[in-house]
Design a protein around this ligand. Structure first.
Ligand SMILES: O=C1C[C@@](O)(C(=O)O)C[C@@H](O)[C@@H]1O
Length: 254
């Protein structure tokens, strides 16, 4: 397995894949209520999907709610994600604002990880990565295909490019149309994690057909998996309770 990445108390790339719960509230109240709800849920880290937030285009309001969220969740690891519409998110903003948003939030040092979409363009990606790293924030670099599963070589090449651009955790989510597509994603994960990666990677095949990929990270080499608490943020996510139980069963059987 690739090297381990440590974020606060979490060691990604070792043992049971870590469980990430997305927060998809629209208002300050909804976001903080979702965060409170997590007090009784077993998981490892939170993803705040800021593209769902009604004030996402107001940097001051984003900074205020990040602060409130950090106060609410204490030491829990926070991943900050603006998912663009073209990659399955709620809205599109200019590349300039996308960079400004991610850099401003990284500079607060209130989040532990930021998600940077690979296809934003190399220069912008490098700029965000540099600011994040200068502020002690790690980068999940991502790519999503909500319609199909690219060939194994293409999946590996995108993950390698993320690694070259400085991603701490390269991530890809693809949609299967056949069970063979699921096998393609799993084979790409296995090859990337054993032959090319020198850091943990995150992969998933979405939808019901791809569910096995969200459960078998320890077998094939994916370090993190997303599970739903109050609401899912992508097709195929199951409840975090069921996910935790299945991951434990997989771990014990190894
Ligand atoms: O990139 C991902 C993965 C994801 O799309 C999934 O399929 O679980 C869910 C998103 O919230 C997250 O940003």
């Amino acid at each position: 397995m690739a090297n381990i990445v440590e974020v606060r108390n979490l060691k990604l790339g070792e043992g049971i894949p870590k469980i990430c719960v997305p927060l998809v509230g629209k208002t300050n109240e909804e976001i903080l209520e979702e965060a409170k709800f997590l007090k009784n849920v077993k998981f490892d880290l939170i993803e705040w999907r800021v593209d769902h937030y009604e004030n996402v285009e107001d940097l001051e309001k984003v900074k205020e709610i990040v602060k409130a969220l950090r106060e609410e969740v204490g030491e829990t690891v926070i991943l900050f994600t603006f998912r663009s519409k073209k990659e399955g998110g709620e809205l599109e903003v200019s590349d300039e604002y996308y960079a400004q948003l991610n850099k401003t939030v990284a500079e607060t040092k209130l989040v532990d990880l930021v998600d940077v979409e690979l296809f934003t363009g190399d220069e912008i990606v490098k700029d965000i990565v540099e600011t994040a790293h200068n502020n002690g924030v790690k980068v999940v670099m991502s790519n999503h295909d909500f319609f199909k599963t690219p060939a194994k070589e293409e999946i590996i090449s995108r993950l390698c490019k993320m690694q070259d651009l400085g991603a701490d955790l390269p991530k890809i989510a693809v949609m299967p149309n056949t069970s063979e597509d699921v096998v393609t994603l799993l084979a790409a994960t296995e090859e990337m994690s054993t032959k090319h990666a020198n850091r943990p990677i995150i992969t998933m095949s979405m939808g019901g057909l791809g569910l096995v990929s969200r459960l078998s990270g320890e077998t094939f080499g994916s370090a993190l998996t997303f599970g739903a608490a109050k609401a899912a943020s992508a097709p195929g996510q199951i409840s975090v309770d069921k996910l935790a139980t299945i991951l434990e069963v997989m771990h014990e059987s190894k």
